[in-house]
Design a protein around this ligand. Structure first.
Ligand code: SF4
Length: 414
């Protein structure tokens, strides 16, 4: 049975109700349990549990140290392309957004990866919009093959593919696949994904299972917080993670908790999740899944990220750019603009002038030197923590943790 069938049978409303009506006594009981069910998880993310955030944080911290030690793994996203055939209302890369687009050549991808390697990274996440013409299976195979010998950890966050299409990418050296459901609320999902293959909710939901069947040994899931009620999303992510741990047990699982950030198109979040609620959710996930990796990106501000380091997060991005070519300026000579999905000549328009585009770089406060490196392609979203990888690593050390740039050896998970 796939997760879709389990998901459709989930008593989500009852779990939501259990969460909203939980008392502090229920939360204390859940906190004392050695192993949580979804019902206990619902209680830990309840409004009542907010009053017990301190003991929740303490348990999460203890468990994280027991299972992972005092280390923080670091990774960087490497955007290959911002072409996309989908219209997702919340995303800067949406097909109908009139933005500057580019797909990096394989050589440019290697250039970007080497720049990240110089900064210390040995674990990269290759990210691309969904566009079979520009971001084909063969293109991904070439990118991974070109990076494999220099970068030991290569994962992908790209449009969902068939099992057989994942296999050559794995053979080329990729070991992880990340796919967020975005929202587990079917009605909101239908509203947010107005056009393109991403409208298929079930196909996306089964992606992690297809990836596992193909041989990926690291799977990442998550929801984009800001589209539907955060507790409902969290319950669905927890159910999904539980399914994957039971059925795809050879894989390491990571859970991401991204909150919506400003992007081209100026979409405003539909729902709110406060910083305090994010902290509560990180800790609840840790108690529910003691061995799952919990991921935090540069979408969150520096101060909050620093506070979360000792509480349950195990994998962080740093110094991220969300535009292709953002680390070296690669691709700036073959940019194009699209209007409603169609390529238009840049000509003498303002888009053609380097530095004239408001969202040319997603790094707030970029220096002149950084602007000279800017690709001018549009980023997926604005980031909130603009510190360099070195600064983040130094901070991790000051907190008594060891920054780890390389992921675990493939030999350990084979
Ligand atoms: S969220 Fe992904 S699929 Fe949707 S528009 Fe952005 S890049 Fe494309």
């Amino acid at each position: 049975m796939s997760f879709v069938a389990e998901f459709d049978a989930l008593p989500l409303e009852a779990l939501q109700k259990r969460s909203s009506s939980a008392t502090t006594a229920n939360v204390r009981d859940a906190l004392a349990k050695p192993r949580l069910t979804l019902a206990g998880f619902a209680e830990l993310i309840s409004p009542a549990a907010s009053e017990l955030l301190e003991p929740l944080c303490r348990r999460s911290q203890t468990l994280t140290r027991q299972r992972f030690g005092k280390v923080m793994r670091l990774f960087a996203p490497l955007y290959l392309s911002n072409e996309c055939i989908n219209n997702c209302k919340y995303c800067g890369f949406s097909r109908d957004n009139p933005i500057l687009r580019v797909t990096l050549t394989v050589d440019e991808v290697v250039r970007e990866a080497r720049a990240l390697k110089e900064q210390g990274f040995r674990n990269l996440l290759l990210v691309a919009g969904e566009h079979p013409k520009f971001v084909s299976k063969d293109y991904l195979v070439e990118c991974v093959r070109a990076l494999h010998h220099e970068i030991p950890g290569v994962s992908l966050e790209v449009g969902p593919m068939k099992t057989e299409d994942y296999r050559p990418i794995i053979l080329a050296g990729a070991d992880g696949l990340v796919v967020y459901q975005e929202t587990y609320d079917r009605a909101v999902y239908a509203e947010m994904h107005a056009a393109g293959p991403k409208r298929n909710f079930e196909w996306r939901m089964e992606t992690a299972e297809r990836a596992y069947a193909a041989g990926f040994r690291r799977l990442g899931i998550g929801a984009l917080f800001g589209l539907a009620d955060w507790r409902l999303e969290a319950l669905a992510v927890a159910a999904h993670a539980d399914y994957l741990l039971r059925n795809c047990w050879k894989a390491q699982l990571t859970i991401s908790l991204p909150r919506l950030r400003p992007c081209a198109g100026e979409f405003m979040p539909l729902t709110r999740m406060t910083d305090r609620e994010l902290v509560q959710l990180v800790c609840a996930f840790r108690l529910m899944f003691p061995d799952a990796g919990l991921v935090l990106s540069t979408r969150e501000p520096a101060k909050l990220r620093d506070g979360l380091i000792p509480l349950g997060i195990t994998l962080m991005s740093a110094g991220s750019h969300t535009e292709p070519g953002g680390y070296t300026g690669a691709g700036k000579d073959h940019l194009h603009q699209t209007v409603r999905g169609k390529i238009v000549e840049l000509g003498a328009s303002e888009w053609a002038t380097p530095g004239s585009v408001g969202r040319a770089s997603s790094r707030a406060g970029s220096s002149t030197a950084q602007q000279n490196l800017a690709t001018n392609a549009t980023g997926q979203f604005d980031i909130a923590d603009a510190r360099s990888p070195r600064e983040v690593a130094d901070l991790i050390r000051r907190l008594g943790y060891e920054p780890v740039w390389k992921d675990w050896d493939a030999a350990l998970t084979a």
